[in-house]
Design a binder for this molecule. Structure first.
Ligand code: G6P
Length: 366
């Protein structure tokens, strides 16, 4: 299979730009013939689920962390979420009604595969969310749910992350229906929201052009912090991971509420702080953390919608007006500016964006 950059300077840029069409394709795959709204994945059943156990590595692990919020909020099922290399060696307590979900772009990551083999025979159902349907993880799971992202060449995962989130959102909705927690109207509303996702991704890409100059400032920084709350907390972790992977700038993601328990000691006028804050129920809490950063001369880069930026006022260093999106979509849509910040910062620094030093696309050794 030959994949080219389709006119982009890097595979990563192409893969970021492809996200609206990738997600449209994945939504079509998970739609019945003639259905306007996406359908819930077949072959899985959460009706008797004791817990949902989510396991993955790297960026896929951050997708798992977002899904933890969704399964709990939408389906009311307790969730265990861990990094594969920890999970496999800590003798996790498992039950015959647990549904284990392994998330892997390649489907070949050694730690994730070993964790999958560890749960076999110990849980009720083993699912995988994979980009490569012929992969080992797909073959060894009871049900493999493809993300349909197409080949991802850039070592830093982008379109696979958002496609993983889409499939995990569909799974959480399925779980909500299976457990009876989600009523038909709310489910239909969520499915309509998901159908609008490709359009929001396109808007986020358009607006993301404004990040080029901000990314150049990040490119001059020694340390960068990313903050988020709720499902945006794993997005802060992903934003920091993307930036360090390809630009080699030291970056840390934190839950906004943890700022005062340590990271705030790092803040001065030289530290950009990227805050991912859609106007959700936690927005005001995050804004009080923004105020704490500004009071210490931290340079706040606020990603929010117009109303959120207006509320934040003039003290922020930069604001990026994101489209106003339904809560369920925010972690998917806000992945775009996180990716673009890292991408443009890396281009500014002149690093090897698609093949960053010391990293491999698929880690098949322990
Ligand atoms: C490597 C890649 C990451 C990826 C991780 C998990 O570290 O560089 O981009 O997130 O492996 O890979 P997987 O194929 O299991 O999703």
């Amino acid at each position: 299979l030959r994949v080219d950059k389709a006119g982009h300077r890097h595979f990563m840029a192409k893969e970021i730009a492809e996200q609206p069409s990738v997600l449209r394709g994945a939504l079509e795959f998970y739609s019945g013939p003639g259905d306007e709204a996406p359908c819930l994945p077949e072959g899985v059943d959460f009706a008797a689920a004791g817990r949902v156990v989510l396991v993955a590595c790297g960026t896929a692990y951050y997708a798992a962390q977002v899904a933890k919020y969704w399964f709990e909020q939408i389906a009311g099922i307790a969730v265990e979420c861990d990094i594969a290399s920890e999970f496999r060696y800590r003798n996790p307590v498992l039950g015959p009604r647990d549904v284990a979900i392994f998330i892997s772009q390649s489907g070949e990551t050694a730690d994730t595969l070993a964790a999958l083999r560890h749960v076999q025979g110990r849980v009720g159902q083993v699912l995988s969310v994979v980009n490569v349907p012929t992969s080992t993880i797909a073959r060894e799971s009871d049900v493999a749910l493809p993300i349909h992202a197409g080949p991802e060449i850039g070592v830093a995962s982008t379109k696979a992350f958002t496609a993983q989130l889409l499939v995990l959102a569909l799974l959480a909705l399925r779980a909500g229906r299976d457990t009876g927690r989600l009523d038909a109207d709310t489910l239909a509303a969520h499915l309509r929201d998901l159908a609008a996702l490709p359009g929001f991704m396109a808007q986020a890409l358009d607006r993301g052009e404004a990040l080029r100059d901000i990314a150049a400032e990040l490119g001059e920084a020694r340390d960068v912090l990313f903050l988020g709350r709720g499902p945006m907390y794993p997005l802060a972790l992903e934003g920091a991971l993307k930036l360090k992977e390809i630009s080699y700038i030291h970056a840390e993601g934190h839950a906004s509420g943890e700022l005062k328990h340590g990271p705030i000691a790092l803040i001065d006028q030289h530290v950009p702080v990227v805050v991912m804050a859609p106007r959700d129920a936690l927005f005001d809490k995050t804004m009080s953390n923004v105020a704490e950063v500004m009071a210490r001369q931290g340079q706040v880069i606020l990603l929010s919608d117009r109303a959120g930026l207006a509320e934040a006022g003039p003290g922020i260093a930069h604001g990026l007006a994101m489209p106003a999106v339904p809560d369920l979509l925010a972690p998917i849509v806000y992945a775009v500016p996180a990716q673009l910040l890292a991408y443009h910062a890396a281009v500014y620094r002149g690093t090897d964006v698609d093949q960053p030093r010391n990293l491999a696309k698929s880690v098949t050794v322990e």
